[in-house]
Design a protein around this ligand. Structure first.
Ligand code: ASP
Ligand code: MG
Length: 412
């Protein structure tokens, strides 16, 4: 029988009532003839509560015990979902990560899935079980300890199961009805996309669109898993939501398909660094070792052998960056006159695979911002993305202006 993966996020299983609603949707797919693998999150708010308990008990916690505690939320919803389905006369069984087993690395709290053997679950399907309810977000390390996959990780569990079982589709049920051209809370004209390419979704997810864990999109792209993002609160239909799929499956597409933003960016500038071979390595090596996620980098033209180097990183990593650079200075690996951090900036990005074949997108973006009187501080581009760093107070304005300029409210 064809397999379908259905993932329910925290708000979709937030109460017994909602679990019942979700189970009904599963029942509909079973009736169509699918064997279903249901991946559940913890009830909304539960994981935060568990993380809080761990921090309160032991601020410098042992990550293995952190995983033991925070993985428990999904265990509860998996069991409850299986019971609810059984009450509806749908043959269902719950599975914790270790029972499948979902084999992961031993990087506790940020483990990666390495392998999902399918034989245990397939044997149960063969015996007549119609739904395997699997606790998302968790697995088992080579040492035999419970691991978790990082916050938002049940999306990744879902895609990994879809890949392993060759599922026809992976439906991600959440509290929004799909992927939007931008955040509807910022731009009222934001439009739900019917389809979006993996690469675009990957950019949007890593730029902070919180619908899907970035890792899950990477996996979907690698294994060509059709992903559908849809709301569990709306009427069920085959056309609902947004399909995240290969570029080839999208007939018409706008040049720009999304405007993303991130509020918590900081701009850091090293003033007057000696400009010599190896200087970038001497700066960014220690930053990467300190776990600072550097995003944009600009090196100014140098004068008399000295230059300014600017980079951006998440606001909450500024202290770490300062410490790492200061240590490099003390060691004599770099020398600079000053390190200036500007934490009142935001990043706004335009994303679209159409940029590959159409020129002028950057020019139009810069003109639009200049017409609004928004000053650009740093620019970075990739094949399908242009990002600018601007003053945070202009972020909303910039998002709206760009959404208008690229006519994102219109379908291609
Ligand atoms: N419950 C976990 C979290 O809140 C995993 C997930 O829901 O995806 O991060
Ligand atoms: Mg999530």
């Amino acid at each position: 029988m064809p397999v379908l993966v259905m993932k329910f996020g925290g708000t979709s299983v937030a109460s017994l009532d909602r679990i019942r609603r979700a189970a009904k949707r599963v029942g509909v797919e079973v009736a169509k003839g699918y064997d279903v693998i249901v991946i559940v999150s913890a009830m909304s708010g539960k994981t935060n509560e568990l993380v809080g308990w761990v921090n309160e008990t032991s601020p410098l916690f042992d990550a293995r015990e952190y995983d033991a505690v925070v993985s428990s939320g999904e265990v509860v919803t998996a069991g409850l979902m299986a019971l609810t389905l059984q009450e509806m006369d749908v043959p269902a069984r719950s599975w914790q990560g270790w029972q499948v087993p979902v084999r992961t690395t031993s990087a506790h709290s940020a483990a990666r899935i390495e392998e999902i053997p399918t034989s245990n679950i397939i044997a149960k399907f063969d015996e007549g079980m119609r739904v395997a309810v699997v606790a998302g977000f968790q697995g088992i390390s080579p040492e035999g300890r419970v691991t978790t996959l990082g916050r938002g990780g049940s999306d990744t569990t879902a895609v990994a199961f879809a890949a392993a079982f060759g599922a026809e589709r992976c439906d991600i049920y959440t509290d929004v009805d799909g992927v939007y051209t931008t955040d509807p809370r910022i731009a009222a004209k934001a439009r739900k996309l019917d389809r979006i390419a993996f690469e675009e979704m990957l950019e949007l997810a890593s730029l902070g669109a919180k619908v899907l864990q970035t890792r899950s999109v990477e996996l979907a792209m690698r294994y060509n898993v059709k992903l559908r993002v849809l709301s569990s609160f709306e009427e069920q239909s085959d056309e609902a939501g947004t399909l995240v799929c290969a570029e080839e499956e999208i007939m018409e597409s706008n040049v720009v398909n999304g405007i993303a933003y991130s509020r918590d960016e900081a701009k850091m500038t090293l003033i007057s660094v000696a400009d010599r071979p190896g200087i970038a390595a001497a700066i960014f090596g220690p930053l990467s070792e300190a776990g600072v996620n550097v995003d944009m980098i600009v090196q100014n033209i140098s004068e008399e052998g000295r230059t300014d180097m600017t980079f951006s990183c998440p606001t909450d990593q500024v202290l770490r960056a300062e410490k790492a650079l200061d240590a490099a200075r003390v060691r004599g690996d770099i020398n600079y006159h000053d390190l200036v951090a500007d934490t009142d900036v935001a990043k706004v990005s335009a994303v679209g695979i159409g940029m590959r074949s159409q020129s002028g997108v950057a020019a139009q973006m810069f003109r639009t911002l200049s017409d609004e009187g928004v000053n650009i501080k740093v620019i970075a581009t990739s094949e399908i993305k242009i990002s600018v760093l601007i003053d945070r107070k202009y972020m909303e304005l910039a998002v709206q202006a760009l959404h208008d300029a690229f006519e994102l409210e219109r379908t291609a």
